[in-house]
Design a protein around this ligand. Structure first.
Ligand code: ZN
Length: 372
């Protein structure tokens, strides 16, 4: 499977200028790709592909020198990047990274690359730091099976929620750490400040840079936490069951949508990658199962529960915490789905996996059985 390895880069002033040029070219094309898609959508056309798009983008690119980066794009896109494939880069014997048309750039090798990379993406973050991100092929490193004292697979059902990040079938809560919540609050404040500044003013530029820095901080902190959380989940459990992420339609209706969607999407992707890598099984159940409405004791479907209903009592007498109950149902649905998909003899299954953006995943609503 393919993994990403990221390192800090320290380009010289000359190399920064060359990179700025390269980013500029990549950025124009990116902006135009976004716009071409929006235009096509507005006109009810299919998204233009292949040579048509290529031609249009290059023609457009010649007229777009003066475009602002942040002004033109969604404020989520706060970094610049170029990608080079084999031939466009190499690691020198002196440890520097040779990039085509840029030169030999100093790299902080914080950990070893496990094998020769197939591509590298050079990124400049909004707070002026540079990184290179390699895509490398690694072998699976199957861990010993996670079994309990009776030899049964350790299973985990997770309900991704709004009041907590996730709750499992034992009622244990996995939540964003306080320092991340604090950073997110600061980010929101920076967004508000920017929106109040006059267009074109110096203060607006200042506010924009501040917002960009805070955005990077939140992204880094969150990604660090998600990596740690998913690693320990995958180590401790043989089977992990999640609801399909489209459930976050919940979040879309009212709460900070991008934050939830981004976190859950990354969480799911990391679980998928790590489960694959370490020989665990990730099961994603159908989003339409009424996991919040079903009594996990008697199986009765008790009708919709608005989001503010945190606990409820089933006519059978069982009282449920909303998320805890949902996690139990998710686990049960995952077991059923495994049975249906594989029969009692669960076979390893290697899905199409690992595109180079690391956005490997299973189709929506499908099971993702990995080597058990
Ligand atoms: Zn009941």
């Amino acid at each position: 499977m393919q993994l990403r390895y990221r390192y800090r880069l320290y380009p010289t002033p000359g190399q920064r200028r060359a990179l700025a040029q390269a980013f500029g070219n990549a950025r124009v094309v990116f902006n135009d790709a976004v716009r071409a898609r929006q235009d096509a959508h507005a006109a009810g056309e299919k998204f233009p592909t292949g040579t048509v798009l290529q031609k249009r983008l290059i023609t457009d690119a010649k007229r777009t020198d003066e475009r602002g980066w942040l002004g033109q794009c969604s404020n989520i896109v706060l970094q610049q990047a170029i990608r080079l494939h084999t031939g466009g880069f190499s690691v020198r014997p002196n440890g520097k990274l040779r990039l085509a048309r840029i030169g030999d750039v100093k790299v902080a090798w914080s950990r070893d690359l496990p094998s020769a990379p197939s591509s590298v993406t050079v990124v400049k973050t909004a707070d002026e730091r540079y990184y290179c991100s390699f895509v490398v092929e690694v072998g699976d490193e199957t861990l010993p099976a996670a079994v309990d004292q009776h030899g049964q697979d350790v299973e985990l059902g997770l309900d991704l929620g709004l009041s907590a990040f996730a709750v499992d079938q034992h009622g244990r809560v996995l939540d964003n750490p306080r320092f991340l919540r604090r950073a997110e609050r600061k980010l929101k404040r920076a967004q508000r400040e920017l929106s109040r500044k006059k267009k074109g003013s110096n203060n607006r530029n200042k506010a924009r840079r501040k917002l960009a820095r805070q955005h990077v901080k939140v992204t880094d902190t969150r990604s660090d936490w998600l990596h740690k959380a998913t690693t320990s989940i995958v180590r401790e459990n043989q089977t992990i069951v999640l609801e399909d992420l489209a459930v976050s339609g919940l979040a879309r209706t009212r709460l900070a949508k991008s934050v939830h969607d981004a976190s859950w999407g990354t969480f799911r992707r990391l679980l998928d990658e790590k489960a694959h890598r370490y020989g665990r099984q990730l099961v994603v159940i159908d989003r339409w199962l009424p996991t919040s409405q079903t009594c996990s004791d008697c199986g009765r479907i008790d009708g919709p529960k608005p989001l503010d209903v945190r606990t409820w009592t089933c006519p059978c007498g069982a009282t449920h915490d909303r998320d805890h109950n949902a996690a139990k149902n998710i686990l049960a649905a995952g077991r059923a789905e495994r049975q249906n998909a594989c029969g009692p003899d669960v076979r390893p299954h290697t899905g199409a996996d690992g595109d180079e953006a690391g956005s490997s995943g299973t189709p929506r609503g499908a099971t993702a059985p990995h080597a058990a």
